[in-house]
Design a protein around this ligand. Structure first.
Ligand SMILES: [Zn+2]
Length: 174
């Protein structure tokens, strides 16, 4: 795995960890703008377009139905990744096509329902059991993302493989 790819995977894991931190402390200080991603910016018009594209597909509608309306920011950085941050913020890769981002938003919306699972930092002893639950959730989310992308004829964009995710998640076991 190239260095920059590893960095991106690590960022994914950090993003997932932030989900847990926010998810478990609802009384904590207010969420920073764009989840604290300093380069990311909101764009209400683009966010509405992305969500409407996602909801134009059955799988996207299903994924978004179970969660509150997300707050979406767009990150223009070259190493940007599309991640969930905090209880309701999605940071999406600005350079990706809106149809790709709609598929990604469906994927990430499924993760928002399982914030406590993704926020866990399991012991080494409990690692295999946790990993199999996390990877099952990732498989479902990837399948949903692929279905939405197919239906919208979305061009390729950023995203990580299940193999990369497995390595990154396993590194969180302590
Ligand atoms: Zn995922």
């Amino acid at each position: 795995m190239a260095g920059h790819e590893l960095l991106r995977v690590v960022t994914t894991v950090l993003g997932a960890a932030v989900v847990g931190a926010f998810g478990l402390s609802p009384g904590a200080s207010p969420e920073p703008a764009c989840g604290g991603f300093v380069d990311a910016r909101p764009s209400p018009a683009r966010a509405a377009r992305v969500l409407s594209l996602a909801r134009s597909t059955p799988e996207g509608r299903r994924a978004l139905a179970g969660v509150s309306e997300p707050e979406i920011c767009f990150d223009p950085g070259a190493d940007a990744r599309s991640v969930v941050v905090g209880p309701r913020t999605l940071v999406l890769v600005a350079q990706d096509d809106d149809r790709r981002l709609a598929a990604r938003a469906a994927h990430l919306s499924l993760h928002r329902r399982e914030a406590s699972l993704f926020g866990e930092s399991p012991s080494v002893a409990g690692c295999d059991a946790w990993l199999s639950r996390v990877l099952a959730a990732e498989r479902e989310a990837h399948a949903t993302e692929a279905a939405v992308a197919r239906e919208l004829a979305a061009p390729a964009g950023s995203g990580e493989s299940l193999e990369e995710l497995a390595v990154a998640y396993r590194a969180r076991c302590r």
